[in-house]
Design a protein around this ligand. Structure first.
Ligand code: ATP
Ligand code: MG
Length: 243
């Protein structure tokens, strides 16, 4: 059997913390678990992450369209090279720190790209592979941004935008943390709409609670879906590519 679990939510909502905690707990309990990050977890995905974060061509911004296809290129690679082969083998638990819902929330609700068309792009990238379970870590954007230490840079940026007479290219901000609070609010609303549309797949988690409380809540949901630990094979699924 295989189980595919994704973690979604805004900046600093605790996705990586909870994805890692769940992965460790599964390994401790002798389940085969593989933790994946988006973009990343394949050689191409890691290049995409470096390009998106570092802009090695000299800091020039990325257009919204290019950003969309860079994220979805990394996802297509991850699905084709890692997720689908594992699912075919019916092995283990796959945990994704962000997946396709991020595109709808960030590029759709955040960047205001047409959602219907993003759904099609996502479908091409994922080959229709959706998680069995998606944890939406929901909290006020201010809380998440405070946790990752970006709140101070967010608010003044809007003012800086005005001070520059609109010369800051709104296509241009490629670090999501640098976007306005309004952008992050739209993402939160978008995620909640997605969860409402697919209540079977989504579990909305109050991300303002303590790390331990959230981890317990997640474990109680996941453990219900688990079969007995596998006797065969190593406790941790190894990626074909070095991390
Ligand atoms: N429930 C929580 N309460 C308080 N602090 C938390 C909680 N969850 C995570 N944190 C802390 O907030 C910071 C961001 O957490 P984490 O990296 O897990 O978030 P994330 O959603 O993965 O962020 P990003 O969007 O940047 O990837 C970390 O310092 C983490 O220890
Ligand atoms: Mg993270």
């Amino acid at each position: 059997m295989s189980l595919f679990i994704s973690f979604e939510g805004g900046e600093g909502s605790g996705k990586s913390t909870q994805a890692e905690t769940l992965h460790k707990r599964l390994v401790d309990e002798h389940y085969q678990s593989l933790l994946l990050h988006e973009p990343g977890s394949t050689p191409l995905g890691r290049h995409m992450r470096d390009l998106l974060k570092g802009r090695p061509w000299g800091g020039e911004t990325i257009s919204h369209g290019a950003e969309l296809f860079m994220f979805t290129a990394a996802r297509a690679e991850l699905v084709a090279k890692v997720i689908k082969p594992l699912m075919r083998q019916q092995r283990g638990i796959i945990i994704a720190d962000r997946y396709a819902d991020s595109t709808i929330a960030y590029q759709g609700y955040g960047r205001r790209m047409p959602i219907e068309e993003l759904v099609t792009v996502n479908h091409l990238a994922t080959q229709g592979v959706l998680p069995d379970l998606t944890f939406l870590l929901d909290c006020a954007p201010e809380e998440g941004l405070k946790r990752v230490g970006e709140l101070q840079t967010v608010l003044p940026l809007e003012i800086a935008d005005e001070a520059l007479g609109g010369r800051v290219d709104r296509e241009g901000t490629t670090r999501f943390e640098e976007e306005s609070i309004d952008f992050h609010e739209r993402i939160r609303v978008g995620y909640l709409k997605l969860a409402e549309q697919e209540p079977e797949r989504f579990r909305i988690i109050d991300a303002a609670k303590s790390i331990e409380k959230i981890a317990e809540q997640i474990w109680s949901i996941v453990s219900e879906k688990l079969p007995g630990p596998s006797d065969a094979g190593p406790p941790e699924l190894k990626l074909e590519f070095p991390a």
